[in-house]
Design a protein around this ligand. Structure first.
Ligand SMILES: O=C(O)CCC(=O)C(=O)O
Length: 247
């Protein structure tokens, strides 16, 4: 990554860096996550099924997401500490960073559901909005067909807007249509082993996976070590915050 890339990130609020990890590294991670997913699904209480199971895939029961892999899987914790990734994260938010929250997004073939447009900084509510960057690591090629991310270029330079949750989906916080109408969204395909970085204020979304290929990703939400969480919108477990480098 060079000065031009950093300027682009500051201007548009996101940056794609391909070929950070190898395909073999991503395959090993997927195998580990699949094992975790099987035991998670087997133990999933009835009242949580609507949030974790992908409602768009009717042919089989398949997970939509898993939370905090950095706290549950040594493989993901090692990824979060990987020097190739940390050098990039620190170029965006400075030295001395922690993982605040992390997620596996499965987006299964033939129906994996969309994620409506939102801003991560509305969810996390950091005191310093600049001290937060999401590293979205592509475990498969993410394409227009299988539901890659879309970004609102330059929305990182604007405010964090109030989000709403649809009836019966209290965790699915999203931006209102009146705001989205003013912000075009552009696709950001990423190759397997590449990373899509986005600023915490950047609008982003993904569409349904109507292809026959998986679109799995591991999102690591990094914050500066001295950032604190003034107004999180959801009840995040702050004890899972993991310091991975010092300044
Ligand atoms: O993978 C997706 O579809 C959504 C990702 C996302 O919202 C994030 O990484 O913050």
């Amino acid at each position: 990554m060079d000065e031009h890339d950093l300027r682009l990130y500051r201007h548009e609020g996101h940056l794609t860096v391909n070929a950070v990890f190898s395909a073999d590294e991503m395959d090993a991670l997927v195998r580990d996550i699949e094992l975790w997913g099987e035991s998670f699904l087997a133990a999933l209480p009835q009242e949580q099924r609507a949030w974790y199971i992908d409602g768009g895939v009717s042919a089989r029961t398949v997970l939509r997401k898993l939370d905090n892999p950095h706290a549950h899987r040594p493989s993901v914790q090692a990824l979060a500490r990987d020097p190739r990734l940390l050098a990039l994260v620190e170029a965006f938010i400075g030295k001395g960073v922690s993982v605040y929250f992390s997620q596996i997004f499965f987006k299964p073939p033939e129906g994996g559901g969309p994620k409506p447009a939102h801003q991560d900084n509305f969810y996390f509510g950091p005191a310093d909005p600049e001290g937060m960057v999401t590293a979205w690591i592509a475990l498969d090629d993410a394409t227009l067909e299988n539901g890659c991310l879309y970004f609102g270029n330059g929305s990182n330079l604007g405010p964090v807007y109030e989000h709403f949750a649809p009836e019966g989906e209290p965790y699915n916080l999203q931006l209102p249509a009146a705001i989205l109408d003013r912000q075009p969204m552009s696709p950001a395909p990423v190759r397997k082993g590449g990373i899509s970085f986005h600023h915490g204020n950047t609008f982003h979304s993904s569409s349904t996976n109507s292809s026959r290929k998986w679109r799995r990703a591991c999102a690591l939400h990094y914050v500066s070590n001295n950032n604190h969480f003034a107004h999180p919108a959801l009840p995040y477990d702050h004890s899972l915050k993991l310091e991975v480098s010092t300044s």
